[in-house]
Design a protein around this ligand. Structure first.
Ligand code: NAD
Length: 362
């Protein structure tokens, strides 16, 4: 199969971690007989330095002609980088918002996995973390409270702020379909999270999700109120498979789920549109404090590449192989500095990539 992948290395540790993820993808291509065509795209600070803007039209067009985009991370240290003296619309982060909009990426996927080897990093009690967990938060990304009309007015000398939360049934249906499709590739359970005891938008959410569920009789559906979900994530995270939710609830719950894994360098993410196209990137930022030192953990980016294989290319076997290689390397005790613990062997970013490639070339 030919895989057309656009690469946005970005800023900070971006080029280092994307470089390792590419090594892993190349090893997969060799092992399974695929051909990868990479296109490199500048975005964020790297694009500002060359083009004076964080995202050019040409970059968007190049991304659109690819099947998927693999990204490192963009941005610099806001207190020292000259990029942050520019107006907000010309700063690195504007590039990210711009490309998400241009590519119509409405579904955000953030897996939160607790690997047994890293359970010591989990801030929960051992009796909970010992069970491990492997969930995926599917968050609607382009609607809801963050995109509704807002204003601040003054009435009779009193300031009043108004934000509106709007969802139409089509916006809910398309993200629900993604959620159920992805649950089918996992443990076949969807927990739809809302606040249907209070909000009309949540009641519509629940109705539409139930309609969509009828087309997926093999996937179990449960509904959970958002406040209960926030509690369950720390009480018994092992109960979850796919958590399907709207924009603001997803924003908060995905950060909570990430934190209970305890390992920022391990967290992958994807943003999808209504085709197979997606943008895949680690959940962490560009870590300017460790850039250029060859100590970053490339695993979040490698696991994002595995998500790309699974969701954009339907190459489940290949994605499984990447995830298995990560597990093996961790089991053998290799760690980058961010996840280092006693009795393990500390390795560089490059070495971690090499070890993963070795596993795939066995
Ligand atoms: P960050 O995630 O970059 O770093 C937080 C801490 O985690 C730092 O100590 C860093 O060294 C460490 N860390 C992060 N990733 C790591 C990895 N792979 N291996 C080892 N350690 C790692 O968050 P921040 O410092 O708040 O942000 C830095 C820059 O990244 C900012 O410009 C911010 O805007 C940007 N950012 C970009 C994205 C994105 O591109 N999607 C997301 C978040 C932040």
């Amino acid at each position: 199969m030919e895989l057309k992948i656009a690469c946005i290395a970005g800023d900070g540790i971006g080029p280092e971690i994307v470089g390792e993820a590419r090594k892993v993808l190349d090893a997969i291509a060799k092992r399974y007989g695929h051909e990868i065509k990479y296109t490199d795209i500048l975005m964020g600070g790297a694009s500002i330095d060359v083009h004076g803007t964080p995202l050019t039209k040409e970059a968007v067009e190049a991304a659109k002609t690819a099947d998927a985009v693999l990204m490192g991370s963009i941005g610099g240290d806001a207190s020292t980088s000259p990029w942050y003296k520019l107006p907000p619309s010309l700063r690195p982060e504007a590039g990210l918002l711009g490309i998400r909009k241009a590519l119509n990426l409405f579904a955000n996927l953030r897996p939160a996995v607790l690997y047994p080897e890293l359970s010591g990093a989990c801030p929960l009690k051992a009796e909970i973390s010992d069970k491990g967990f492997d969930m995926l938060i599917m968050r609607e990304l382009t609607g809801g409270l963050y995109f509704g009309d807002r204003k601040t007015v003054e009435e009779d000398g009193v300031r009043k702020a108004i934000d509106t939360l709007v969802y139409d049934e089509n916006e809910i249906r398309r993200i629900a379909v993604k959620g159920f499709d992805i649950a089918r590739k996992r443990k076949k359970k969807v927990t739809s999270v809302d606040k249907a005891n209070v909000l009309d938008s949540s009641r519509l959410w629940r109705n539409v999700v139930e309609e969509v569920a009828k087309g997926y009789p093999d996937v179990a559906l449960e509904h959970m109120l958002v406040d209960n979900c926030a509690m369950q994530l720390v009480k018994d995270p092992s109960q979850f498979d796919v958590i399907l939710t709207e924009n603001m609830f997803g924003d908060i719950l995905s950060d909570e789920a990430s934190m209970v894994t305890g390992s920022i360098g391990m967290l992958a993410s994807a943003s999808l549109n209504d085709t197979k196209f997606g943008l895949y990137e680690p959940s962490h930022g560009s870590a300017p404090d460790i850039a250029g030192k060859d100590i970053a953990n490339p695993i979040a980016t490698v696991l994002s590449a595995a998500m790309m294989l699974r969701y954009s290319f339907d190459l489940d076997k290949e994605a499984d192989a990447v995830e298995a290689a990560v597990k093996e390397v961790l089991k053998e005790g290799y760690r980058t500095t961010d996840i280092m613990s006693e009795g393990c062997r500390e390795v560089s970013c490059t070495k971690m990539g090499d070890l993963l490639v070795e596993k795939l070339c066995k």
